[in-house]
Design a protein around this ligand. Structure first.
Ligand code: R5P
Length: 285
């Protein structure tokens, strides 16, 4: 049976349809003191042999809820628990960047590992985070779907990575789209919301630009890049990413910066979820 975390209900239902497996009934409750109680009575009623828990860990609550659903699955007596992390929260803190810091990705991976036989995650910030899990962890690549929502009539498009780390993603979207060129900017991050973009000398005048990244969080990276492109007379500017986290005022920040459209997948469900990763996840199950 497919078991959904509260933040991944649409995606979990889609995965269930793709696999032809039932979607378990799940209840998300909260005690008066704020503690969570996620339960999956459907696993018991349905006499499930395998529980596939689909849960984007976009918040600390979502992490706790996932641990509870894993435990509920064991309690229901299933033979196998598979944990699908469409988006792995805390994945970007994959190192101790300053003295005294935790490797948060390792900490959450250890906790998740205790309740699962297998992990499937979608385009993590760094694939190396898979090594933090104890059971086998595999990566679903979602980048090949990002070209689908783009208009078919892009003018001499440039597929632009806002930093060097996103070049492979931009190249994948470029080759899937089938025409144009790939380029990248350099990024220096000063704080969570303060980033500095050093542009390349790519000629974007009157050309449509698609900026490609793995995550849009505060939208600072994208809006800085959009600002450069606007000043250089680019044509239409689209932004696309695998994980449209769009925290705080990211959506309006990007709209005000002059973005024509924001596209993402449903690893994080929201207004930018233009394509689904459900078929790709189902292929790994
Ligand atoms: C970091 O290197 C990631 O690839 C993204 O560029 C980053 O998470 C985007 O964050 P924000 O939208 O807050 O600039």
């Amino acid at each position: 049976m497919i078991v959904s975390g509260a933040a991944s209900q649409t995606l979990a239902a889609h995965v269930a349809r793709e696999l032809g497996e039932p979607l378990a009934s799940v209840e998300y409750d909260r005690f008066p003191d704020g503690e969570l109680l996620a339960a999956a009575p459907g696993l018991v009623d349905g006499d499930a042999k395998r529980a596939v828990i689909v849960a984007a860990t976009t918040s600390s609550d979502a992490h706790v809820e996932l641990l509870q659903l894993q435990d509920a699955a064991r309690q229901a007596g299933v033979d196998e628990v598979v944990t699908v992390l469409p988006y792995m929260g805390y994945g970007r803190q994959d190192d101790a960047f300053d003295a005294g810091q935790p490797i948060s990705a390792r900490a959450v991976a250890r906790a998740i590992s205790t309740g699962t036989d297998r992990v499937v995650t979608v385009t993590p910030h760094e694939e190396a985070v898979c090594d933090f899990f104890e059971p086998p962890a595999t990566v679903v690549d979602a980048a090949h779907r990002l070209a689908e929502p783009l208009p078919a009539d892009l003018t001499e498009p440039v597929f632009l990575a806002p930093d060097a780390g996103a070049i492979d993603l931009a190249e994948t979207v470029h080759s899937t789209y089938g025409t144009g060129e790939t380029d990248y900017f350099e990024k220096t991050r000063h704080s969570g919301t303060n980033v500095e973009i050093t542009p390349s000398d790519v000629d974007v005048a009157d050309r449509d630009v698609v900026i490609v990244d793995d995550i849009i969080a505060t939208g600072s990276t994208m809006s800085e890049a959009v600002g450069v492109l606007e000043r250089r007379g680019a044509g239409r500017v689209f932004v696309t990413c695998v994980h449209p986290l769009l925290a705080r005022n990211a959506y309006s920040k990007l709209s005000r910066a002059g973005v024509d459209a924001i596209y993402g997948t449903d690893t994080i469900e929201g207004p930018a979820s233009a394509v689904s990763v459900a078929p790709a996840i189902a292929n790994h199950l």
